[in-house]
Design a protein around this ligand. Structure first.
Ligand code: BGC
Length: 801
């Protein structure tokens, strides 16, 4: 064990700081660590992503501190975007606080200049600490061990830290460690056009990419008290980003000097170390920006205050304790299958480091803060795939995600106006303003994306999430603060966007459903039904608030200019939206004319058991076929369970499953869950693996670009909503467990209206414990029967009563 950590479900007591002696050794706690043994350049980018440390405010890729050829290091700050020098806005690759050089006998130790004798890294999911141990040999065969410990503090989201320890093995050495901040950063821009089939050395992975500049480095240096600083500004958005850092050592160096370049500053510490004697250099880094909500004051001063008087040990201790608190509700445990267990914990770790409950102005990009894929843009993934995880484990983070959509309403209004419609239209790809940031073309300029124009459903998806949030948390006040505004403005949008159909009916032309293989379609069932629900939810919330909070409602509607006639119009509009075509066997037509498309069978699967495109087909030519990229009708049935019965779900599962290529990592999870809901568990484990192992095994080969964070959340949903059978039905948590054979038990927590239900599911019996104030009780439904829980009293229910 590297740290004193509490068993699952118990808060960690502040304990001793992990000692560097323990670095590199697997923590010994199965299911809680991710390890790397040996350095493989071909896997370096993948490791950088999976070893990301973060706290929702910042994410730092798991790059080696000293850098190497083919590395793509990156620290990304939530909400810090910039469009200078790039066609669409980027999540900015911010100054690198890992920046460290180690020199022994005048030789720089890194994987390119020295031989790697041994290399191990361990990410401790429980503590969020990344441990490293590398033994290098120089040309004369002298060995030196470099170890490090890294964290992004969860106790203080403005704080990060790095400890580096250098030990000459069997020789006395002059050791130099330079530790500081490098503000010379570039984002990846356009990938070069290589001839098909060109096989690049992994060290060249990113080399030929064009880069874009987003930072104007205002300065780097040291204050009189020895605190280092870096001050940058994003060129187009004009966000100031300030870092401050302290460097402390043990023992005292023979000599220490400040090394200040144009864009890089570090403290150079020179030691004379005897054989076997370690020297340790600690760096604490404070981060502040001019966009941090709710705080004022100079970012440089704020960053400096974050590190002043702090020690590395204290930072580790406080963050480890905060992680213990977080895991109390976020842990999900499987016994019986180690790899599945690790997949879920690994996903839950990344989900936790992606969200910041304290910042209502940011959401989570499709690759979280772990890479530059999708340029850090925010998709429907946030509301549909990610939200449930936070809703049931960390509702404060869920609230922040939705508050981001409220915060960006002005951008969504402006976007709507640019299309000649009213109300708020959410962007398919959003960043800091809510305006549309989705590129029109693929990076090579060959193919046109229609998603920005046509994937309108995101607007209804956001509205849907508002309802889900309130239903689970009971946080009615949220409706007054933000939810009603979102619902009313989106309802208003749809009224102005819908197209006329014969007989006074309404529909939508030129849309794209979640299945992105089909563009310019009319009356996509998913979009139409979600829009109808958006409208009726807006009416219902208006009606509810007119009873519960008429005065506050009056202020909201006055601000938005909504009157009773407009609200009545929403109800009328919802009722006039055309229903999808349904075949006699219950299969819902995905959009008008879908059933007339070519039925091309899927006939081969790759080594990860993922369907291959049928011969001659690729992402951009499936239009004339019935092939799906990802669930569309099935997604609708998942999101609106009350509109479709089990027979309908089964018919559609059978029809669409065999036509779906799963070319989005969002896809397998929904198929697993619907399959389980319709009594076909045969494919659920396979889909669980496709979803849960995507980044663990890099089975799509692109984890280097960043985590598929929606797949991590989808995997959580398979476990909880699928195998755990947990759904909110009739306003109550209900469970219908059906664990796969290879799992013994499945344990997780469901936060419910301020309390928590600790759930422990098994094949023969399941136990539920209400964690709430004494005297509290709650009725849940298990396998169709009511079960009343009283705080602190576990109730065991035999399976299938
Ligand atoms: C999927 C979208 C998703 C996006 C970002 C695409 O490949 O089709 O549904 O929102 O990736 O994850």
């Amino acid at each position: 064990m590297t740290a004193q950590a509490a068993p699952a479900g118990e808060a960690a007591e502040p304990g001793p700081v992990p000692r560097l002696d323990h670095l590199g050794a697997p923590s010994g706690e199965p299911g809680w660590t991710l390890a790397e043994h040996g350095f493989d350049p071909a896997r370096a980018g993948y490791r950088e992503t999976v070893f990301t440390v973060g706290n929702g405010r910042l994410g730092t890729r798991g790059s080696l501190e000293e850098g190497h050829l083919g590395a793509l290091s990156g620290t990304y700050l939530a909400g810090v975007y910039d469009a200078h020098d790039s066609p669409v806005v980027d999540l900015v690759n911010c100054p690198d606080w890992l920046d460290t050089e180690v020199w022994v006998h005048g030789v720089r130790l890194d994987v390119d200049s020295a031989e790697v004798v041994e290399h191990e890294r361990v990410l401790d999911l429980r503590t969020g600490l990344l441990h490293r141990s590398t033994t290098f040999a120089d040309r004369d065969g002298r060995r030196t061990r470099v170890r490090s410990l890294r964290l992004a503090s969860v106790a203080d989201r403005d704080l990060a830290g790095l400890r580096v320890e250098v030990t000459p093995l069997g020789h006395d050495a002059d050791v130099v460690v330079v530790s500081g901040v490098d503000a010379h950063r570039r984002n990846l821009e356009r990938l070069p056009l290589y001839p098909d089939g060109l096989d690049l050395a992994p060290q060249q992975r990113w080399d030929k990419w064009a880069r874009s500049t987003h930072l104007d480095v205002r300065g780097v240096g040291f204050h009189g008290d020895g605190t280092g600083w870096a001050d940058v500004r994003t060129i187009e958005r004009d966000v100031r980003v300030a870092y401050a850092f302290t460097v402390t050592t043990a023992p005292q160096p023979e000599r220490a000097t400040d090394q200040v370049g144009a864009e890089r500053a570090g403290r150079r510490c020179e030691f004379r170390a005897a054989a076997g004697e370690a020297v340790t250099v600690d760096k604490l880094v404070g981060v502040a920006t001019s966009r941090d909500p709710g705080v004022s004051g100079d970012p440089g001063e704020r960053a400096r205050a974050t590190v002043t008087g702090r020690t590395f040990d204290d930072a580790v201790r406080a963050s480890t304790a905060a992680w213990g608190e977080q895991w109390r509700d976020a842990d999900i445990e499987i016994t019986g299958h180690a790899k599945d267990a690790l997949a879920l914990r690994f996903g839950a770790y990344h989900l936790q480091i992606a969200a910041n409950p304290d910042d209502p102005t940011v959401s989570i990009g499709a690759k979280s803060l772990s890479g530059e894929g999708y340029r850090g843009h925010v998709f429907w993934d946030s509301e549909i795939l990610l939200l449930p995880f936070y809703l049931f484990t960390h509702p404060e983070a869920a609230r922040s995600l939705l508050r981001y959509r409220h915060h960006t309403l002005p951008g969504a209004r402006a976007l709507s106006e640019s299309y000649g419609t009213r109300g708020a239209r959410y962007a398919w790809e959003a960043a800091d303003t809510g305006l549309e940031e989705c590129p029109r073309w693929t990076p090579d300029g060959k193919d046109r994306f229609w998603t920005r124009e046509e994937e309108l459903h995101v607007t209804a998806d956001v509205a849907h999430a508002v309802g889900e949030y309130v239903a689970v948390t009971g946080d009615e006040a949220f409706l007054l603060d933000a939810g009603a505004g979102i619902l009313f403005e989106t309802a208003r949008y749809w009224v102005s966007r819908l197209d006329e159909r014969p007989g006074g009916r309404l529909g939508l032309d030129d849309v794209m459903g979640p299945d992105e293989f089909h563009s310019h379609v009319a009356d996509n069932a998913f979009t139409n039904r979600m829009v109808a629900r958006n409208l009726t939810d807006a009416v219902a919330v208006h009606e509810r608030l007119s009873r519960t909070a008429p005065e506050r409602l009056a202020v909201i509607v006055a601000e938005l200019g909504v009157d009773d006639d407009e609200v009545a119009g929403w109800a009328d509009t919802a009722a006039r939206i055309v229903d999808p075509v349904v075949r006699p066997d219950g299969v819902v037509e995905q959009f008008t004319g879908y059933f007339d498309r070519l039925d091309v069978p899927i006939e081969s699967w790759d080594e990860n058991d993922m369907p291959r495109y049928p011969a001659g087909y690729h992402h951009f030519n499936c239009e004339p076929t019935m092939l799906l990229k990802q669930p569309d009708v099935l997604m609708l049935m998942y999101l609106l369970p009350d509109e479709y019965d089990e027979a309908a779900r089964r018919a559609n599962f059978e029809f669409y499953e065999e036509r779906t290529l799963h070319k989005s990592s969002l896809s397998p999870s929904i198929h697993a869950i619907i399959g389980l809901q319709v009594g076909d568990p045969s494919m659920a484990v396979r889909y669980f693996e496709r979803s849960g192992y995507v980044d663990l095994d890099d089975n799509q080969g692109n984890t280097a670009d960043g985590m598929h964070i929606a797949a991590a959340a989808g995997t959580w949903q398979i476990a909880v909503h699928g195998f755990g059978g947990m759904r909110v039905l009739g306003g109550r948590p209900t469970f219908a467990p059906q664990l796969p054979e290879r799992w013994e038990r499945l344990r997780f927590t469901v936060r419910w209206r301020g309390d928590a239900i600790r759930v422990d599911l098994g094949h023969d019996a399941s136990t539920f414990t209400l964690d709430a104030a004494p005297g509290t009780s709650l009725t849940i439904v298990v396998d169709g029967a009511e079960v009343t829980l009283r705080a602190g009293e576990p109730v065991t229910v035999p399976a299938g009563r």
